[in-house]
Write a protein that binds this ligand. Structure first.
Ligand SMILES: *Cc1c(COP(=O)(O)O)cnc(C)c1O
Length: 361
């Protein structure tokens, strides 16, 4: 936390204060060169070192097997909604999509433009209140992959059991990246934008299995080809140097704090504190999500009326608890508890919630 602010924004989101301070100190005069890193050639020695180090830190932190490539791509997770089907789907080849909420819907709608994407499950009728179980999924024969969204940032639901359906998984992990370990053997490709848990906006990390690259489409503009990014070590064109530099700093911060296992343990602790406060509030605060799918990253909750919600958000902001407004498409409140949110911030929120309920409940 910086000053007295606890930032619960869903993305871009809070970053470790020590990372921000270090970046501030290094921004203008990078290592005595009289220039900023963001003013130098991305082919020069200073940036090359940052690029190489960030790549190897990403491998280390995510425990990435050798047969996966790590790519840094611009365009957000949103560009991956197109790149995945463009690269992976052959003519007429089907791919299943788990429709678990707003982000999955966007991934699906782009995939349909490029290939035979179909819905393997749709949670819309239930109001996107849970993730599916493996037995809920309906796969078409010959499916190239099953696309899942591990954490629906807007609806506040998270996939805790990966589908086990005999088809390689492709996952959008934007909002729970680096808060849980990845069982790599299930995946052909994993992607996530940096601005939730990894750094500032501007870069998306893609992990893709090397064997997949042998069969990806070549009939695409260079920037759209995973094999080109892999062959060029994500330096086919000018990379987002500032974002990658910052991601490197966040990765070091995670290593120093015990890695992904420590982030995962902290995510459980923090979310239990908040869900516990919601459960103990006699329905003044309510979670719309089924207990088994409640996200550890984005805790969505409602108050008895929309007026009270607006009052709650305004009063919380005055108290230094910011970014609690739910997404405009679903309303309510949302507290995002990414890795850089300290337990102190969550405890301050819970104390505020108790005071607000005592006043207005
Ligand atoms: C934020 C988010 C996206 C979109 O990311 P952009 O970087 O804005 O393209 C996609 N999927 C999920 C799960 C997200 O949380």
């Amino acid at each position: 936390m910086i000053g007295h602010i606890a930032n619960f924004s869903a993305g871009p989101s809070t970053l470790p204060a020590s990372v921000m301070e270090e970046a501030r100190d290094q921004l203008v005069d990078y290592r005595g060169t009289g220039m900023s890193l963001i003013e130098m050639s991305h082919r020069g020695p200073y940036y090359t070192e940052v690029h190489t180090e960030t790549t190897s830190l990403a491998r280390e932190v995510f425990d990435t097997p050798d047969d996966f490539e790590v790519l840094f791509i611009q365009g957000g997770a949103t560009l991956q909604f197109s790149m995945v089907p463009m690269n992976l789907l052959g003519d007429g080849q089907p791919a299943g999509y788990v429709i678990s909420g707003s982000w999955a819907k966007k991934a699906f709608s782009d995939a349909r433009i490029y290939g035979k994407a179909y819905k393997a499950w749709d949670g819309a009728a239930e109001g996107f209140r849970r993730m599916p179980r493996s037995e809920d999924l309906q796969l078409q024969p010959g499916s190239r992959y099953l696309h899942v969204t591990s954490n629906e940032t807007i609806g506040g639901i998270q996939m805790f059991a990966w589908p086990d359906v005999g088809v390689p998984l492709v996952a959008d992990m934007s909002s729970d990246f680096m808060s849980r370990s990845i069982p790599w053997n299930l995946f052909d490709l994993v992607y996530g934008g940096a601005q939730k848990n990894l750094g500032p906006p501007g870069v998306t990390i893609v992990f893709v299995q090397r064997s997949v690259l042998e069969t990806t489409n070549r009939d695409l503009g260079a920037y759209l080809r995973y094999d080109v990014h892999a062959d060029e070590d994500s330096l086919y064109n000018t990379p987002p140097v500032f974002s990658i530099w910052m991601v490197g700093k966040v990765l070091k911060w995670v290593v120093a704090r015990g890695g992904v296992a420590a982030m995962e343990a902290a995510a459980h602790t923090k979310s239990e504190v908040l869900y516990g406060a919601i459960a103990a509030s006699d329905d003044f605060y309510r979670s719309p999500v089924e207990p088994e799918s409640r996200s550890l990253m984005n805790v969505v909750f409602h108050l008895p009326t929309e007026d009270l919600e607006a009052e709650f958000i305004a009063a919380a902001t005055d108290a230094g608890l910011v970014g609690l407004k739910g997404h405009r498409s679903v309303g309510g409140c949302r507290a995002s508890l990414y890795n850089a949110m300290p337990l102190d911030g969550v405890e301050a929120l819970v104390r505020f919630m108790a005071r607000f309920k005592a006043d207005r409940g």
